[in-house]
Design a binder for this molecule. Structure first.
Ligand code: NAP
Length: 254
């Protein structure tokens, strides 16, 4: 029977690439996000490539909406073996001194509580499958801090703490917990969202970096972790572009 993978934040960037890749690996993918027009295009693209996927409107900041995602998972054509908690993002680059409480709340709600809500809702199905995997897409911001990144790094540190705690709590049960921590990934929207649509500021993040990671690179990491034999738990996978030795050490040309 086809295994089902749920991917949150599947309407763009890493989530969309992960949905495509998991469908190519043979999963039926539940592609979840708020922008259903984009999800419809993605599902059609996956079908045209010979895969199968279903679009599910889901706002991970809403309990009711996440309950709808769990209902869609229950109706899916196979056991739910994989959850990829990918929905998330950053807002702002202000110092702690002047950071917007609203931006911090948004980041905490989407990255941390979103992961909590979706994980709680899908854990029974993942466990019932007998071979469940929860992937949490946190960030290198989950273990390091940088100036102007206080709200995002606080949220990602918290998301990382959730991953570690959950792995301890699920020990002895058939659900593994994998954390993936990407460094700089050039996706279309991440920096645009962070800088409130300011395309110049967004482009400056990647300026001169020879080869930042792209969404497919992270999707590849997700797929590799998820397709290891189930007794193999990749606790944490840190992945950066070659040009980024550390958060503060980025090689740029020109
Ligand atoms: N790009 C990077 O450099 C980088 C590095 C490390 C980690 N990450 C992490 O990787 C993940 C994906 O990032 P990305 O670069 O692919 O960013 P992105 O293109 O901006 O994608 C973010 C996704 O999250 C979804 N989302 C946002 N709010 C949501 C909500 N309330 N409910 C459901 N979905 C929501 C968005 O869909 P809708 O707007 O349609 O809902 C979108 O599909 C994030 O967790 C990010 O923190 C990114």
């Amino acid at each position: 029977m086809t295994s089902v993978a749920v991917v949150t934040g599947a309407s763009s960037g890493i989530g969309a690439a992960t949905a495509r890749r998991l469908a190519a690996e043979g999963f039926h993918v539940l592609a979840a996000a708020r922008r259903t027009d984009r999800l419809a295009d993605l599902v059609a693209e996956i079908a045209a490539a010979g895969g199968s996927a279903t679009a599910v409107a889901c706002d991970v900041t809403s309990d009711d909406s996440v309950a709808g995602l769990a209902a869609a998972a229950a109706a899916a054509p196979g056991p739910v073996t994989l959850l990829v908690n990918n929905a998330g993002g950053a807002r702002g680059m202000d110092p702690v001194e002047t950071g917007s409480v609203g931006d911090w709340q948004w980041m905490y709600d989407v990255n941390v509580l979103g992961t909590l809500r979706v994980t709680q809702a899908l854990l029974p199905a993942l466990e019932a499958s007998g071979a469940g995997t929860i992937v949490i897409v946190s960030s290198t911001a989950g273990f390091t801090v940088y100036e102007g990144g206080g709200g995002y790094t606080a949220a990602k540190h918290a998301q990382t703490a959730v991953a570690g705690t959950l792995r301890l709590e699920l020990c002895g049960r058939p659900v593994r917990v994998v954390e993936i921590d990407p460094g700089m990934v050039k996706t279309d929207e991440f920096s645009l969202v962070r800088f409130d649509g300011d395309a110049d500021r967004a482009a400056a993040v990647y300026a001169g970096v020879p080869d930042p990671l792209v969404a497919d690179d992270v999707a590849d990491c997700v797929a590799w972790c998820a397709t290891r034999p189930h007794h193999v738990n990749v606790d944490r996978l840190v992945v950066r572009p070659l040009a980024q030795a550390a958060q503060h050490k980025v090689h740029r040309v020109g």
